[in-house]
Design a binder for this molecule. Structure first.
Ligand SMILES: O=C(O)C(=O)C(O)CO
Ligand SMILES: [Mg+2]
Length: 272
């Protein structure tokens, strides 16, 4: 039975960021992920994880100037020094949170630009080496161009070939079912073929990026398929609730174990 991690960037937005940990735990989640922790101190994040018995399964390396439209630095020639500083920053959060995988965003660049391709490969090789010393996997995630126009890594085939070509033991694919379906479809066959390369999976309905099982895909079939394939990691719930987070958790009910048990109201009180 898949285990699910609440994505605290998208879910539980009824609470301030640091209070989302308790809200997710109260809702039955045993793990969390988010895009970026960097507005908060590492020890503040670690404290919320420990206090709520949560496992941190993923976050992203610093992406450059996010508010200014940047979506990662890896494929941007001339930004390597900044990327290296960002990796050091992320490692201090990794140490505090115990996370075992970090996502390196590629940035906005053309894959027809050889300098961008070379920069991307160099950034991956260097970052993977740094992370390997700490026993951390480096993830790359193909992202669809509708949500992120101009994103460099917008093709699963390119990502698969790159992971195979570089053959770095801790370089893995972040398989976001939402992006896969929008870009290429054929989700199940892709999971079957790519499973040996996959380091993390994320889910959301297509096309609205809401709760699983509310869109064009049969997400329950996909979860069963993950079991059939022996996927032992967490599935990140990287979706925007269509209404209040707690009101949209009925899709989780079939997968409820002792901890993974959605509740209908927040013990600590929703703000709305
Ligand atoms: O957008 C996604 O699907 C992600 O997983 C990211 O981490 C970046 O936006
Ligand atoms: Mg994703």
């Amino acid at each position: 039975m898949p285990r699910f991690a609440a994505n605290l960037t998208m879910m539980f937005n009824e609470w301030p960021f640091l209070d989302r940990f308790a809200a997710a735990a109260d809702a039955g989640f045993e793990a969390v992920e988010f895009l970026f922790p960097y507005e908060h101190r590492p020890d503040a994040i670690a404290e919320r994880l420990a206090k709520n018995g949560l496992c941190q399964v993923l976050f992203n390396l610093p992406p450059g100037n996010w508010a200014g439209g940047e979506r990662g630095l890896a494929s941007l020639p001339g930004r390597f020094d900044e990327l290296r500083v960002g990796v050091e920053t992320a490692l201090s959060y990794a140490e505090a949170t115990g996370v075992k995988r970090l996502h390196l965003m590629s940035g906005i660049a053309s894959r027809d630009d050889k300098e961008a391709v070379d920069a991307y490969r160099k950034a991956i090789v260097w970052t993977a080496g740094k992370l390997a010393d700490r026993g951390i996997d480096l993830l790359i995630e193909p992202i669809n161009g509708r949500d992120m126009p101009g994103y460099f890594l917008n093709d699963f085939g390119f990502a698969e070939a790159l992971v195979g070509d570089l053959a770095l033991p801790n370089l893995k694919l972040q398989f976001d079912v939402y992006h896969r379906q929008i870009m290429h479809g054929d989700v199940t066959m892709a999971l079957r073929r790519l499973m040996p390369l996959i380091g993390h999976i994320q889910i959301a309905s297509v096309p609205s990026r809401h709760e699983p099982a509310t869109g064009e895909l049969d997400d329950h079939f996909i979860f069963d398929e993950l079991d059939r394939l022996g996927y032992a990691g967490f599935v990140g719930c990287e979706y925007r609730p269509s209404s209040k987070t707690l009101d949209g958790l009925s899709w989780l009910a079939p997968y409820c174990g002792e901890r993974q048990r959605p509740i209908s109201g927040a013990k600590r009180g929703a703000l709305t």
